[in-house]
Design a protein around this ligand. Sequence first.
Ligand SMILES: C[S@@+](CC[C@H](N)C(=O)[O-])C[C@H]1O[C@@H](n2cnc3c(N)ncnc32)[C@H](O)[C@@H]1O
Length: 267
Amino acid sequence: MFDLYNTSYGNYASDAYRQVRIETYGQDFGQTSWVTTEESLEIPQLLDLKRDSVVLEIGCGSGGYALHLAGKVGCPIVGLDINESGIRNAQQLAEAAGLASRAHFELRDVSEKLSFDEATFDAVFSNDVLCHIPRRLDVLAEMFRVLKPGGRMLFSDALVIGGMISHEEIATRSSIGFYVYSPPEENERLMKQAGFCQIRSQDTTEHAARIAKKRHDAREKWKEELIAAEGKANFDGLQKFLSCVHILTSEKRLLRYLYLASKAAVG
Ligand SMILES: C[S@@+](CC[C@H](N)C(=O)[O-])C[C@H]1O[C@@H](n2cnc3c(N)ncnc32)[C@H](O)[C@@H]1O
């Protein structure tokens, strides 16, 4: 196994890791996902976020994007992640930005029941996280439960099977942790089963192909600094992982989808 999240969040403030994020995404939200900046900037409109919308982000990493929403839209937001360094960064960044009263971060394993009452949030979203969680239906049912009637949810899944993939490719693509691969249409079926309506999906495979290549090339440029921080074996392992993502997505053998759905309003 190679370590993507501890190395990214643990070295969050280092110049080399910041440069890699800027060269990969353009705008630095501390991302470790396949979300392009264009996609990030569309999320407030897709979720119909307003200043008073109460928002939950599942798998917020270092919290940069949640803080962007809290600052730009002005909405209160809670971010959850299982990674200690990620949550520590998020809390420190919230304090430093003067946003700690609006943006709150908790260390949580979201494969467990969420610690919020029913109908707490106006919007719930999750970028490239649900593929790491077992029992997708349970996670979607929890997202549905904590959402207010009339609320919106959004998530992305970069592990939808699109074609033939060898066992070596599956092993390399899975070399950073636990992953669940889905057949096409399965997320839509599970969202419906969890209770969601107005389900829409958008093929964003090209975003993953582009980001994987940019991240690979940016890391190659900062190789010396990254090897000093994360070690050569991990550096090489992550480069192989990123090349594999690029090949599988550019050949459309692995697809990434963005899903949007609602909880029906009452009455
Ligand atoms: C691909 S990263 C995406 C992070 C962020 N959403 C972004 O766009 O950069 C996946 C995130 O899911 C988190 N994660 C994985 N398993 C989790 C779990 N069981 N509970 C909470 N977070 C989890 C990881 O720590 C990581 O931050």
